[in-house]
Design a binder for this molecule. Structure first.
Ligand code: FPP
Length: 281
């Protein structure tokens, strides 16, 4: 597919983005639990699906803003393993919405240099969704901007269980020994292998839960809870979350003193330097 010029931020928005880049680190990986679609709809006496539909507009705005800001990875919790237990008509509406969003948005993603990936038990999705997803991923596979990672039929426990099965199989077949099992091996057997862990987890809808999302990867992520429902969460809310993130001191289990010593000098990111302190590398 021929790629058109990407959408540009407005002048006012560009100024805000420049200010954010100047005021601190832009998180390399942002993960979002998009909650509150149902409550947004209920507040307006609309069916729940109207909230999901409006939620797609928020997805569009946040993806575009993340790409313009230079965020490298954005993981969106779009459908959890537990969501299969919702009423059948809501599940099928969500699947239809996913299908139509992939059809409608792939061109825009491509134009904005976004690389689409997915994590989760993808083979459980309806075949048409699987096919459309594969097509969108293939169209965008060479894009070098933001990686938009959709968590679909995903849960953290499912993913860890799958990794454990994979590793146990290797031990059973004599390919590795028990002593070779370490954190890095487990990480490399998760669906997010090769991605940095999220620096920032945003949850909309005002609830303080992780809801079985990226349980391994969130170990040292900064958490930001927004009271706004997902359909009303736009780039202004995202900038606020990043500003809040920039005000945090990430200690990775160390004390302030050690973090300050590590953060002085050198080209490596603070997270890398801290990791080296922890592992003795
Ligand atoms: C949670 O809100 C949201 C979901 C289960 C679905 C999220 C899906 C979208 C935003 C649309 C499709 C996404 C993409 C990537 C195209 P909820 O229904 O649990 O809200 P509630 O807590 O208010 O009931």
């Amino acid at each position: 597919m021929e790629r058109e010029a990407p959408n540009k931020p407005t002048e006012a928005d560009k100024k805000l983005q420049d200010e954010l880049r100047a005021s601190g680190d832009i998180p390399a990986h942002i993960a979002i639990i998009m909650d509150g679609n149902g409550r947004w709809a209920k507040q307006r006496s609309l069916p729940r699906v109207a909230g999901h539909r409006q939620g797609v507009s928020s997805v569009r705005d946040i993806v575009e803003a993340c790409g313009q800001l230079g965020v490298e990875y954005l993981t969106l919790y779009a459908f959890s393993t537990e969501n299969w237990n919702r009423p059948m008509d809501e599940v099928s509406t969500l699947m239809r919405l996913l299908l139509s969003s992939l059809s409608d948005e792939t061109e825009r993603l491509n134009k904005n240099n976004v690389h689409l990936t997915a994590i989760g038990d993808i083979k459980k999705l309806p075949i048409e969704v699987q096919e459309k997803l594969a097509e969108s991923m293939s169209i965008t596979q060479n894009n070098t901007g933001l990686t938009l990672n959709l968590a679909l039929s995903y849960s953290g426990r499912w993913e860890i269980m799958e990794a454990v099965k994979e590793i146990a199989g290797k031990v059973q077949r004599g390919e590795i020994t028990l002593d070779e099992i370490n954190e890095s091996l487990l990480s490399n057997n998760l669906t997010t292998a090769g991605m940095p862990e999220p620096d920032l987890l945003i949850r909309t809808g005002g609830e303080y839960r992780v809801s079985n999302f990226m349980l391994w990867q969130l170990a040292y992520s900064e958490l930001y809870i927004s009271e706004s429902y997902w359909p009303e969460f736009d780039r202004a809310h995202l900038y606020e979350a990043i500003r809040d993130y920039q005000s945090r001191e990430r200690r990775f289990g160390l004390v302030s003193e050690q973090v300050r010593r590590r953060s002085n000098g050198g080209e490596k990111s603070l997270a890398t330097k801290i990791y080296e302190t922890i592992t003795g590398a």
